[in-house]
Design a protein around this ligand. Structure first.
Ligand SMILES: [Cu+2]
Length: 202
């Protein structure tokens, strides 16, 4: 009798904990509209630095491929400290360099050139957008956007985005885009999904 009551209490406790943990986080879903920009695709949407909170550099690497003469993905958002593996999948030699990070030329870097099938890692420890270029093919361009939290997304063709598993709280949500102005809004994650509509202007 005693044991089964204990088991019941434990089961109730576990159930309560599970329910509670579900309500501790939510998703930020939304849509970005654009004014004066060609497309609402490839816009970075991210939770800005959270006061008093830091995040360890992730051990998992992110890969940016150079495939069919393009950087894939075109825009990669990463948490500060993330290592990006730059892969070359083309039968021609590609180069990767960035002349600045958010306009800061002191953070320029040249990765060199390497053949098909090989990759080179780089750890991004400075905030901002590194504008990726290839000095062999001037038409190639891409971006690595380095942010302070693991809560980020890149918009799809229609400007839609979803940031999953954001702990309940009030946050500053920002956008970065290739040719639009940055935008900032405050978002409240109430223990469920938050819906956000944003407009990025040229
Ligand atoms: Cu190239």
């Amino acid at each position: 009798m005693k044991t089964s009551r204990k088991a019941l209490t434990l089961a109730a406790l576990v159930a309560a904990l599970l329910c509670a943990s579900v309500s501790w986080a939510g998703d930020i879903k939304g849509k970005v509209s654009v004014q004066g920009l060609r497309s609402a695709e490839n816009i970075a949407v991210y939770v800005d630095a959270i006061p008093g909170k830091t995040f360890d550099a992730p051990s998992q690497h992110v890969t940016i491929d150079q495939k069919k003469m393009t950087f894939v993905p075109h825009v990669a958002v990463v948490l500060k400290g993330t290592t990006v593996d730059f892969l070359n999948s083309d039968p021609v030699g590609h180069n990767v360099y960035w002349p600045s990070v958010s306009g800061n030329k002191k953070l320029a870097h040249n990765m060199g050139t390497w053949p098909k099938g090989q990759s080179k890692p780089f750890q991004f420890n400075d905030f901002g957008a590194a504008s990726l270029l290839c000095n062999v093919h001037p038409e190639m361009s891409g971006y690595v956007v380095v942010v302070a939290t693991p809560y980020f997304a890149v918009t799809d063709k229609d400007g839609g985005f979803e940031i999953k598993n954001v702990p309940d709280g009030k946050y500053t949500l920002k956008t970065w885009s290739e040719d639009g102005k940055p935008t900032t809004v405050t978002v409240d994650v109430p223990g469920g999904s938050a819906n956000v509509e944003l407009t990025v202007k040229k």
